[in-house]
Design a protein. Structure first.
Length: 90
């Protein structure tokens, strides 16, 4: 035989690719209570992340609306000044 002999061992199995929970680990063994606590913490973090994202989107929409309102008011003042200047020239 030419070449090295390989011995492969399964170390870790995750439910989703690099983002799911660990189904099996060769070195780390957790109790069902630890697994439940970890799952509840992850669910809480996901809910917090979702709430923060929604809050941020609402803030962005509010700021865009305020900016648009300010722009419209500025254009209105500019047109009013132009009309006054044109009236003064007539």
């Amino acid at each position: 035989e030419i070449g090295p002999r390989l011995r492969l061992k399964l170390y870790k199995v995750e439910r989703a690719l690099a983002s799911g929970d660990v189904m099996y680990h060769a070195y780390v063994h957790k109790t069902p209570a630890e697994i439940a606590a970890l799952k509840s913490r992850k669910d809480g973090e996901a809910a917090l992340k979702k709430r923060r994202r929604e809050e941020q989107e609402a803030n962005v929409a509010r700021k865009k609306a305020a900016k648009e309102e300010k722009r419209v008011a500025r254009e209105g003042r500019r047109k009013e000044r132009e009309e006054k200047a044109m009236a003064a020239l007539r």
